[in-house]
Write a protein that binds this ligand. Structure first.
Ligand code: PRX
Length: 643
């Protein structure tokens, strides 16, 4: 059977959903016909959540870059694949057509090979948002190596930990990166990360900011020099034949925070990830040929992997990549970009919308925005006020808004309305994608069936069966993957999120129910921040919780027991913050640090975070039962010292 690949009506959605859950193998085999394979699969799906073991399209052979590039060269060779908008609006934008991008990817793939990179090697990519980042990602995939992109805001220590965990052997970086008014010295951060590193054989450096860099003999080479060695020219095009990959071969590792102190390397595989990112891109955003898609995320996060690079390119779309930030040189920058490049689909984070709302309507004066057809949000719950502002002032009430819920581990969107096809509801992610079977469970893993006083079901969000781009493992530690996602509730994938469900079957994601914070759409583990705080010489102990923040969604509130001399409290705070920056990166810096003499602990020594969370949220009365505390007196002191 063949089913419509692009769903264009509610009836089609319902039909697709039904088939996808009753006969997933037939449904996904039909979707898979829309891709280019070196060899077709023998078996569509094999799975159990016990180990877990999930395999899609076993026996199939492919290379994802042939789907993202080669297959478009005929009809779309001269169409822009990537439009790049620089940080500084006075610099020229760049356009890479599919032909050009294919050529550059092949050239750099050859550079990687010349430098000794082989199939299965881990290549760490630490670059700013320039086309060469996408080129490095695709070139790595082309030769069957595994990329691990690290967001430019992470510190040397974080990079060192990730290099070690992935046993990476190659790095691709830049001298520096421009972000707003800042110039971030990426290569120098890499140099610090490499002190003591024994696995890295080669660092390839692209020149972007012309910051001074120290090139180490025998280890560091310039991107530009290496590219020149790979001759190209009329009659001599470089065409690096893509490595033939098994469907289940790993495509990339992406580190993300969990409730433990150490980030996990989420592993995605070639075929399932390709199918899911492309299928969801086409359906959620209702992509039409010629549309210009602007996803404002950074490629250092999963959103950039899936909806700047792989999904749009595999669909043959034009993907706009922006180097800078929404508020520089002024808060009208996104809108200027939309007008300049006639953007049709805009996909951004609620935190960006809230921050731009804060500038009022002035930055929108003189902006046309009429090219926009579809708007999207991702990364955190969107509050109704921000949703309506986006709808009214950006979409002019003409553009469907998709609220897309998903995670690094899910590879692509799992719950979202399909733009203009299935209904939207402000601040609700609404319906599951075909193939996605959500279930709300209580703490004991029993399905929630009792509605609350608002007539809604409320529980912990799990998924019953695998979709093609579910994570396959956590790098180097499969048991960790099992424990984290598949052991909390038997035979279910546990998302870590809480959710509500209404009578229409719509889902609203309410936020994390574990010790993970969502700060400006970035995932940060409280344990990670505590580890970093505790590294400061004067910090005896710390406890970190989230609190509601107008722009960031959640802010980081740290309670710190400090033993050293803190005559100047502000300076001590700054010292502690710079420790966190060094250990994790500036994104993990607490917004508030309260010095305390003790933390509320049970007799067994466990910190009662529930109490700390309530105090950070401004609650002083209903703190719940504190009689089990070792020293209930600390609570009063903490309440009195609240910032
Ligand atoms: O809590 C959910 C929130 O972001 C978490 C996943 O973070 P990360 O892996 O960094 O991926 C972010 C981009 C996909 C989820 O567990 N989240 C993501 N999208 C939404 C959301 N919360 C509410 N609504 C969303 N649309």
């Amino acid at each position: 059977m063949s089913y419509p690949y692009q769903i264009t009506s509610m009836d089609q959605y319902e039909m697709a959903y039904r088939v996808s859950v009753t006969n997933p193998e037939e449904y996904w085999a039909s979707v898979a016909q829309h891709f280019s394979w070196r060899k077709k699969w023998e078996k569509v799906l094999e799975w159990n959540f016990k180990e877990p073991n999930v395999k899609w399209f076993q026996g199939a052979k492919l290379n994802i870059t042939e789907n993202c590039l080669d297959r478009h060269l005929g009809e779309k060779g001269d169409q822009p694949a990537i439009i790049w908008e620089p940080n500084d609006p006075s610099e020229n934008s760049r356009i890479l057509t599919y032909k050009k991008l294919h050529q550059r990817v092949c050239q750099f793939a050859q550079v990687l090979r010349n430098n000794g990179v082989k199939k299965g090697d881990r290549v760490c990519i630490y670059m700013g948002m320039i086309p060469e980042l996408a080129i490095a990602v695709l070139a790595t995939a082309r030769i069957g190596a595994i990329h691990s992109v690290i967001f430019g805001g992470f510190s040397a220590q974080s990079i060192a930990d990730r290099l070690e965990d992935a046993q990476a052997t190659f790095i691709v970086t830049c001298d520096g990166a421009f972000r707003g008014g800042k110039d971030i010295p990426l290569k120098s951060v890499i140099d610090d990360a490499l002190i003591g590193n024994k696995t890295i054989k080669r660092v390839i450096v692209y020149t972007r900011t012309r910051t001074a860099v120290s090139m180490i003999k025998g280890r560091d080479v310039w991107w530009e020099d290496e590219m020149l060695k790979v001759t190209e020219g009329p009659g001599n095009p470089v065409n690096v034949v893509a490595e033939v990959m098994d469907a289940e071969d790993p495509l990339f590792i992406l580190y993300t925070s969990g409730s433990t102190g150490k980030p996990k390397g989420v592993v995605h595989s070639c075929a399932g990830y390709m199918i899911w990112t492309t299928y969801t891109f086409v359906n959620v955003f209702q992509y039409n040929p010629g549309d210009i898609h602007f996803c404002t995320a950074d490629i250092g996060w999963i959103t950039g992997h899936s909806y700047i690079v792989y999904g749009p390119l595999s669909a043959g779309a034009t993907s706009l990549m922006f180097e800078g930030i929404p508020t520089w040189p002024d808060a009208g920058r996104f809108w200027d970009i939309v007008d300049k490049h006639k953007v049709n689909i805009l996909y951004t984070a609620p935190t960006a919308i809230r921050s731009l709302m804060g500038f009022g309507l002035d930055p929108l004066k003189g902006k046309n925005l009429s090219s926009l057809k579809i708007l999207g949000t991702v990364g955190e719950p969107i509050n109704e006020e921000a949703w309506h502002w986006y709808d009214e002032h950006i979409g002019k009430k003409k553009c469907p808004i998709v609220d897309t819920w998903w995670q690094t581990e899910t590879g692509g969107v799992l719950i979202s309305n399909l733009a203009g096809v299935t209904p939207a509801k402000p601040s609700w992610a609404t319906l599951p994608m075909p193939g996605v079977q959500p279930i709300l469970v209580d703490e004991n893993g029993r399905e929630v069936t009792q509605k609350d006083e608002d007539g809604l079901l409320k529980g912990n969000l799990c998924i019953k069966a695998p979709w093609p781009s579910i994570l396959r493992t956590t790098y180097g530690d499969h048991e960790r993957c099992r424990k984290n996602y598949f052991a909390t509730y038997e035979n279910l994938y546990f998302t870590g999120d809480g959710a509500l469900k209404d009578d229409n079957g719509f889902y609203r994601i309410t936020g994390r129910v574990d010790d993970v914070l969502n700060v400006s759409g970035h995932r940060i583990g409280t344990a990670e921040v505590e580890n970093a705080l505790n590294m400061h010489a004067g910090v005896v102990e710390s406890a970190v919780v989230g609190y509601p923040h107008n722009i960031k969604g959640q802010g980081i509130y740290a309670y710190v027991i400090f033993s050293g001399n803190k005559k100047d409290e502000e300076l001590t705070r700054k010292d502690i913050l710079s420790t966190v920056s060094r250990v994790i990166g500036p994104i993990a810096k607490p917004d508030k640090i309260q010095f305390v003499n003790g933390l509320p602990k049970t007799r067994s020594g466990k910190i009662m975070r529930r109490i700390l969370r309530k105090i950070a949220e401004g609650e002083t009365e209903n703190l719940g039962d504190i009689s089990t505390l070792l020293d209930p007196g600390v609570v009063e002191e903490i309440k009195n010292g609240k910032l």
